[in-house]
Design a protein around this ligand. Structure first.
Ligand code: ASP
Ligand code: MG
Length: 473
């Protein structure tokens, strides 16, 4: 019997009707397969939890109580609509109620201290998944499918970098195999909380926003799944953001490399770390629509020969800033680049791309806009002596930029693909400020003025993506 890991995102468990569809899907799959379920919080819940904690930390004692009420209603409505047996309904009601009490206690503590530490934030943020999972599992039981909930804090061991914890793979794998395999062997469908983990001491952590995809990938890999299915609210991975590009299409087959690049460059398809645990074990991923389960979805595989076409997608990243360090005396002075980037790293700014500009007398790179001032200040202090000697004239950040990334395997190897991309931008009248080919063969990124992003994305989609890149292999 094949083992399938199925992850349901926030909208897929967003209300009673959606949860009923989830149960249909799992019920169908469980006829022929061993099924492991991973769930997100009901849609909007994680945002509400985080907002409540932040407002409490800012001294607002009312907002979290209003949110508690909202959480109660949202979960209660689903419980009442779905669970017909008194025993289940009361048990699940009590379980959710206890979690909301915990939420209020935590927020009160945060309010009193006027401080929400990353550790406290994770404790609060983890409550969403802890509330959604019992409802799903109870509904499966009601339908006659043996099921139980398992908290991922017993499975996924992480470091203590709260809010974006790093997973300790070996320990996590051992836990997952010990806890989940026997359940699957007994024919149960375990329903596990996505998004959360715990330190070795058992303190709750989270894997970063959107992290339940990553949870599913880890759990799926560790129970030797044949496939991991990510159930969401769109028909699959799209060639572009449909809000930007109305004729965006579903991509039938993609490689891990391509999807990794897309996630990194802002396409809201999968959490960017998701594919890592699956690559080495060669476990395919399917992205499917809970609200349209008949649609094929997107299949993500390792073998790049199975993915037709060259240019698969075009994405945009907003809220970035182009930092430039320039000066005549930079040439031939060793170590400037290294010191620049170490200054950036100390500010924990993620360098999204290192760009090549027309002049050699400068280094430029892209960081999240929120970090741009800090990064420039850090560079100025790190290179103070060089500024003094005027080896470096200036370091500055330009916030009025965005990145357009074009993704597809063989982009650089195949003749003429990059040229077509630049040609499309030229035709649309979009000026390219900087280009990065990236270290991989999967993408080319261009920095453009913010006002040009939409135009550029549409032109590339129309002229390049829709005809598969138009390149000869
Ligand atoms: N509930 C979490 C979030 O909203 C994790 C997830 O949905 O993947 O970020
Ligand atoms: Mg999500």
């Amino acid at each position: 019997m094949a083992t399938l890991t199925m992850k349901f995102g926030g909208t897929s468990v967003g209300n009673a009707e959606a949860i009923a569809r989830v149960a249909d899907i799992v019920q169908e799959a469980a006829r022929e397969h061993r099924v492991l379920v991973v769930c997100s919080a009901m849609s909007g819940v994680t945002n509400l939890l985080i907002e409540a904690a932040q407002r409490a930390a800012a001294g607002d004692s009312a907002r979290y109580q209003v949110i508690a009420q909202e959480l109660r209603q949202k979960h209660e409505a689903a419980i009442r609509a779905l669970l017909t047996s008194d025993v289940e309904r009361i048990a699940i009601h009590d379980e959710v109620e206890a979690l909301i009490d915990e939420f209020e206690t935590l927020c009160y503590g945060i309010y009193v201290l006027r401080e929400a530490s990353p550790k406290a934030m994770d404790k609060v943020a983890s409550l969403g998944e802890r509330m959604s999972v019992p409802i799903v599992s109870a509904l499966l039981r009601q339908r006659g499918i043996p099921s139980c909930t398992v908290s991922a804090s017993r499975l996924i061991v992480t470091d203590d970098q709260f809010q974006n914890a790093g997973v300790l793979f070996e320990e996590s794998e051992a836990n997952v195999r010990r806890e989940l395999l026997p359940l699957l062997d007994q024919g149960l469908v375990p329903v596990v909380t996505g998004f959360i983990g715990a330190t070795r001491d058992g303190v709750v952590t989270t894997l970063g926003r959107g992290g339940s995809d990553y949870s599913a990938a880890l759990l799926g890999a560790y129970v030797d799944s044949d496939e991991v299915w990510i159930w969401t609210d769109v028909d699959g991975v799209m060639t572009a953001d449909p809000r930007l590009v109305p004729d965006a299409r579903v991509i039938p087959v993609l490689s891990y490399g391509e999807v990794g690049e897309m996630a990194y460059f802002g396409a809201k398809v999968l959490h960017s770390k998701t594919v890592q645990p699956l690559v080495e074990r060669n476990i395919p991923v399917r992205v499917k629509n809970t609200f349209n389960p008949q649609a094929e979805g997107t299949l993500i595989v390792r073998d790049e020969r199975e993915t037709p076409g060259t240019v698969k997608a075009v994405t945009a990243i907003r809220d970035v800033s182009l930092v430039t360090v320039a000066g005549r005396g930079m040439i031939g002075v060793p170590g400037i680049a290294a010191r620049t980037f170490s200054a950036v790293a100390k500010r924990q700014a993620n360098v999204l791309m290192i760009a090549q500009s027309s002049s050699e007398q400068s280094i430029c790179f892209v960081v999240p806009e929120a970090k741009s001032r800090e990064v420039v200040a850090a560079i100025q202090s790190e290179l103070e002596a060089e500024f003094g000697r005027q080896d470096i004239d200036r370091a500055w950040a330009d916030d009025d930029v965005e990145i357009i990334t074009v993704v597809g395997v063989g982009m650089l190897r195949k003749h003429g693909v990059a040229a077509r991309v630049f040609g499309a931008l030229g035709e649309a009248g979009v000026n390219i400020l900087a280009i990065a080919h990236g270290a991989s063969d999967y993408c080319v990124s261009m920095v453009v003025r913010s006002q040009d992003t939409e135009k550029g994305v549409r032109a590339i989609h129309r002229l390049v993506v829709l005809n598969g890149g138009g390149a000869k292999a």
